[in-house]
Design a protein around this ligand. Structure first.
Ligand code: TYM
Length: 334
């Protein structure tokens, strides 16, 4: 039986961080043995917010290198760059006729970006979710591993696919956002304000390229409080975030110890010591990030190898993309 198709993408708009890792890349690595996987660098999408392309190529290389350093095997998955697959642009054109101005204007990311860059509310920004739908549908992907912030874009991709099928026949499978365990992930900033992000709030975001001491400093500054005032309290979101990070980089015993300390605490008897927890988390995080940082840096030195991987990915992606486009053209144009 053919394996289900998986697709996801990352914009090359800055350094990759733990949110990208836990929301997306960790799943990519797990999925590569089970599914037919396509992962790509969304450099066209980057143009909607980052029109200056001087550092774009290096940023594309960095995303590819960081994905491989996190465990993606370019022999097992198709790893490519969006602009190498022009078929996506043609599908984007068709899907644009199925997307309405009103719904695009209501998209959360469009509203956010319009506020952030009022001088550059371009049509690419408005139709960003349509291009994202084309990315997914061009390979007829059904599972899309993404973080929580992409949920609305995935709902829109599904809507556009449904409209397409309704109008032109049953051609496109419906895609769904995916995370092992169900709930999509959102990693908060260490200061508890907003989510970790490639280009904002950098002192409260842990990057896969951060040096050991930078990691330690950022974690020791993470927001905490006086501790729970009753046993078995609900954790505030910024505390839960530290536990989430610990769950990923520390041993089960360590996590259990701090969880037990949290749950046993009460105002007169506060057992959990956030200072100790952060020290432990910082050391475990350093051990986690160091090999990724080192491997990604080495790979970025080897531009020839990266270019070879990118070319190989483009060839494979275009085979799948042109097969879909042939069916789509026939359905629309006869
Ligand atoms: P991008 O580049 O912003 O983020 C890449 C992936 O990382 C996830 N992510 C997070 N997850 C948890 N917590 C966070 N703080 C966090 N920050 C980022 C994102 O959800 C995403 O999975 N529009 C997409 C790129 C894209 C795409 C696609 C994705 C273009 N076409 C097709 C999937 C399918 C984006 O801007 O991701």
């Amino acid at each position: 039986m053919a394996k289900e198709v998986v697709l996801s993408g990352i914009r090359p708009t800055g350094f990759l961080h733990l949110g990208n890792y836990f929301g997306a890349m960790r799943n990519y690595v797990r999925m590569q043995d089970e599914f037919d996987c396509y992962f790509f660098v969304a450099n066209w999408h980057a143009l909607t917010t980052h029109p200056d392309t001087q550092t774009l190529k290096a940023a594309v290389h960095r995303v590819i290198a960081e994905n491989i350093a996190c465990g993606l095997d370019p022999e097992k998955v198709c790893l490519y760059v969006q602009s190498d697959v022009p078929e996506i642009a043609e599908l984007y054109l068709y899907l644009n006729t199925l997307a309405y101005k009103g719904e695009l204007e209501k998209t959360t990311t469009f509203k956010d970006k319009s506020r952030q860059q009022p001088e550059n509310i371009n049509a690419g920004l408005l139709t960003y979710p349509v291009l994202q739908a084309a990315d997914i549908l061009i390979h007829r992907a059904v599972k899309v591993p993404v973080g929580k912030d992409q949920e609305q874009h995935l709902e829109m991709a599904r809507t556009f696919a449904e409209r397409f099928n309704h109008r032109y026949g049953d051609v496109l499978p419906l895609p769904y956002a995916f995370n092992y365990g169900g709930e999509l992930t959102k990693i908060l900033s260490l200061d508890g304000i907003g989510k970790m992000s490639k280009s904002e709030n950098q002192l409260a975001t842990l990057y896969l390229a951060d040096e050991d001491d930078v990691i330690r400093k950022k974690i020791m500054k993470a927001k905490t409080d006086a501790g729970p005032s009753e046993p078995n309290s609900v954790k505030p979101d910024y505390i839960q975030n530290l536990f989430t990070l610990m769950n990923i980089v520390s041993t089960a015993d360590t996590l259990e110890k701090f969880n037990a300390d949290f749950n046993n605490s009460s105002s007169g008897n506060c057992i959990i010591r956030y200072g100790d927890m952060k020290k432990q988390l910082a050391e475990d995080m350093v051990q986690f990030i160091k090999p990724i940082r080192t491997k990604a840096a080495d790979l970025q030195q080897n531009k020839e190898l990266l270019e070879k991987i990118i070319q190989h990915g483009a060839q494979k992606a275009r085979v799948s993309a042109s097969a879909t486009l042939q069916i789509v053209r026939k359905a629309i144009l006869g």
